[in-house]
Design a protein around this ligand. Structure first.
Ligand SMILES: [Zn+2]
Length: 264
């Protein structure tokens, strides 16, 4: 909304400047109006808010797939408390977009200033369409950026939901899942290497009871899934010791796992 007003004002400016020279004081005033047109935007980004809310509900519906052995009611019970995480993400996403937008607007104004300070004779010769395209480029970029921010914030929200479920449910380890097989997915090589591997969660009932070997790979020594920008990795959370490779368990842990298996 506000952006279209900005675009209208800028369009006027480009036209006026094409016609002849405008005093510098005029542009200072004009830039101020442009900036305030751009600042005049809603605090909450409704589109992103509904995108994140939909992801939140979807994730709770199918969360049990990533948490084998956790009763559905345990997961459902956590939902109300997690709403605050959703609200935090919505605010954070809107702030990020606002920052990017401001940056793009400043870039556009700098391009305009550069063009309008060129010699009038030169300015008349350049095609107006080309000028407009060049000046608008940072702004055109915003739509794309906004989509990226929405996607990234969704992954971060989803990851934090699962971490809370895992924590509350008493998970002892996780398996890293990477989408590296997906066509055109620009994966991180070190995340591809983590794919399918088991990582032990620190400070759980199993570590405290001395069931896990100290040398086992630990999740707190690496970045978490979806932590790095645009990372789309995810986790499968493990709750039972017999799902963990035996070499990661102590002798006590191995016999504990056997007992559990026999009881099941
Ligand atoms: Zn990743």
């Amino acid at each position: 909304m506000a952006l279209s007003k900005f675009e209208r004002l800028l369009d006027q400016a480009i036209r006026a400047e094409k016609g002849g020279e405008t005093p510098l004081s005029h542009w200072r005033d004009f830039f101020m109006r442009l900036r305030s047109a751009a600042d005049d935007e809603p605090v909450r980004d409704e589109e992103i808010a509904s995108h994140l809310t939909a992801a939140f509900d979807r994730e709770f519906r199918r969360a049990s797939k990533q948490h084998c052995g956790i009763p559905a009611f345990t997961i459902e019970r956590l939902k109300p408390a997690m709403r605050s995480k959703l609200d935090e993400r919505i605010v954070q996403a809107a702030d990020l977009i606002k920052l990017r937008r401001r940056e793009s607007i400043e870039n556009t104004l700098a391009r305009f200033a550069g063009w309008s300070s060129s010699l009038p004779e030169m300015r008349k010769r350049i095609d107006l369409r080309e000028v407009r395209e060049h000046i608008y480029k940072p702004i055109a970029q915003i739509k794309y950026e906004r989509r990226r921010v929405a996607i990234d914030q969704t992954h971060k929200l989803v990851a934090s939901i699962h971490e809370v479920i895992a924590d509350e449910g008493g998970a002892v380890a996780m398996i890293w899942r990477s989408n590296w097989r997906q066509v055109n997915y620009n994966y991180r090589v070190d995340h591809k290497e983590r794919d399918g591997k088991v990582w032990i969660l620190p400070n759980t009932w199993a570590t405290r009871a001395g069931l896990i070997r100290r040398s086992s790979p630990r999740y707190d020594t690496i970045t978490h899934v979806a932590e790095e920008p645009y990372c789309r990795c995810y986790a499968t959370w493990l709750y039972a010791l017999d799902e963990i490779p035996a070499e990661m368990l102590t002798a006590k842990g191995v016999s504990y796992a056997r007992q559990m298996e026999a009881a099941a």
